[in-house]
Design a protein around this ligand. Structure first.
Ligand code: DAH
Length: 488
């Protein structure tokens, strides 16, 4: 009975009567049989382009709680706003406190809005994605289904960034060591999901948010403390989900008082959950095929996010590796209920623009996106079709200059404090920083870290003097600001 009803509803919902397709939705995660042949095995190297913080389960073991506590407290250093009572951001004053860890350097990125800069690769990609959604999804009135927001301020409350998205108080993603806090209750958004609750509350049921997001992270060719995300949300009420299955419409339900399974929330019926999952995956598969071409090789991987269940990641095969491209899932019903949309079920996704652009245009280093040089920007100017662009890196032919730095670290030290300090002094010549070695001295119990700093500009060669000047500046700052004891 259930299967019959479901199959009919599914067939109508996807606009086809393909039984095999419906069969697949019911049984496996990868929903489109025509593309299944292109899905490679689920083994392989995962290339995470950004620290996957939100897809981390809440830490519950006693042992891990210790780690979380140490991490959440970070250092008490306010870096550059140490002696100031207030920080002024976009003409608004915010009181500082022991959580404040934004620096003038980080604040200087606010308002740059690369995703709104004509001819910038991030803007080209954003425009292509928006155009895809505008042209493919229309209301019956022939107006676009998805409302697009691309200029929300990145200054958000901890409620918007975490609580409204059900990120628990002790979740690792709240760590001071991983976020840019303005004070205890305000931060630079770590993801565009921070706007979901407000937009749902305003009554929207299909929207896209584009914006810059901020995370303290490692330093390498694919990490930068500021990057850009696109968020998408779509809700369905009973009519929208089941309307086409006329004869069984009355028997189909979105909600039930059921059990939680790997593929559905307790309050959702399996048929509703599977239909929404199928719509979500089809929507994203259509998007990547539009962007990368029909031959793109991708796979779906089960994931965990506090705000969705079930949750998935899409990975794309690129340069011999699997690369995580986006996170998505069926929104936790609690989010919809508290936002006043209790009769609907919905999906959401979040996608990083830089990793998409790096894959699409073959851009080898994330620093290029901040490059003002004509040699970079001119390669994207006047572009009509993003598939026509074949980026030629201007990376200097010279190998990077590698200088090591070792020091004894205090108890409260965390590597992200060091990376942040390096970023705040970098003049644009640091390619990556690697924690090469760390050990605890058996007698003194002191910890030592050794970092290799790779110096290389994206387009010109470096002089020995400029490398040495910066290296010395970092040594001085790490001693005075992070209380380490140099081993040089
Ligand atoms: N906010 C997540 C991140 O930045 C990405 C994400 C995952 C967004 C799942 C979503 C979602 O809306 O449903 O890692």
């Amino acid at each position: 009975m259930f299967h019959k009803l479901f199959e009919r509803a599914a067939a109508h919902f996807i606009g086809k009567t393909s039984r095999s397709k419906v069969h697949l939705i019911r049984n496996v995660t990868n929903i489109c049989p025509t593309r299944c042949t292109r899905l490679l095995s689920t083994q392989g190297n995962l290339a995470h382009y950004h620290r996957p913080v939100f897809n981390t389960q809440r830490i519950t073991t006693a042992c891990n709680n210790v780690t979380v506590h140490a991490c959440l407290s970070g250092t008490s250093e306010k870096v550059d706003f140490k002696n100031q009572k207030n920080v002024v951001i976009q003409n608004q004053a915010y009181q500082t406190d022991e959580w404040t860890n934004v620096s003038p350097k980080i604040l200087s990125y606010l308002g740059k809005n690369l995703h709104l800069k004509k001819d910038h690769p991030l803007c080209l990609i954003k425009d292509s994605i928006v155009e895809h959604f505008y042209s493919k999804y229309m209301k019956s009135t022939r107006t676009p289904l998805f409302a697009v927001f691309d200029n929300f301020s990145p200054v958000v409350s901890t409620f918007q960034n975490f609580d409204s998205m059900l990120v628990r108080k002790d979740h690792v993603s709240r760590a001071k060591s991983d976020n840019y806090y303005i004070n205890e209750s305000t931060l630079l958004r770590a993801h565009t999901s921070a706007h979901e609750h407000d937009l749902l509350k305003s009554g929207l049921d299909a929207f896209i948010v584009v914006g810059d997001v901020y995370r303290r992270d490692t330093i390498d060719s694919s990490h930068f403390p500021v990057f850009h995300q696109i968020e998408g949300v779509r809700l369905f009420n009973k009519k929208q989900l089941f309307a086409k299955s006329q004869d069984s419409y009355n028997e189909l339900k979105i909600f039930e008082d059921g059990s939680l399974y790997t593929d559905k929330q307790a309050c959702h019926t399996l048929e509703a959950s599977k239909l929404v999952e199928m719509n979500l995956k089809q929507t994203l598969e259509d998007l990547v095929c539009d962007l990368f071409g029909k031959d793109v090789v991708y796979r779906w991987v089960d994931a965990y996010f506090p705000f969705t269940h079930p949750s998935f990641e899409m990975e794309i095969f690129f340069g011999g590796e699997w690369m995580e491209m986006l996170g998505c899932g069926i929104l936790q019903q609690e989010i919809l209920n508290t936002a006043g949309a209790k009769d609907s079920i919905g999906w959401a996704f979040g996608l990083g623009l830089e990793r998409l652009a790096m894959r699409l245009f073959n851009i080898p280093d994330i620093r290029y996106f901040w490059c003002q040089e004509d040699a970079f920007l001119s390669q994207f100017r006047g572009c009509k079709n993003i598939k026509d662009i074949n980026f030629k890196p201007m990376l200097s032919n010279q190998p990077p200059v590698v200088n090591d730095m070792s020091f004894w670290v205090p108890d409260e030290f965390c590597s992200n404090d060091f990376y942040d300090l390096v970023r705040s002094l970098d003049t644009g010549i640091i390619e990556s920083v690697i924690l090469k070695d760390s050990f605890v001295h058996p007698k003194t119990n002191k910890s030592s870290h050794c970092y290799s700093i790779f110096y290389r500009h994206t387009s010109r060669s470096l002089t020995k003097t400029e490398v040495n000047v910066l290296h010395n500046d970092i040594q001085t700052a790490v001693v005075t600001k992070l209380n380490v004891v140099g081993r040089w």
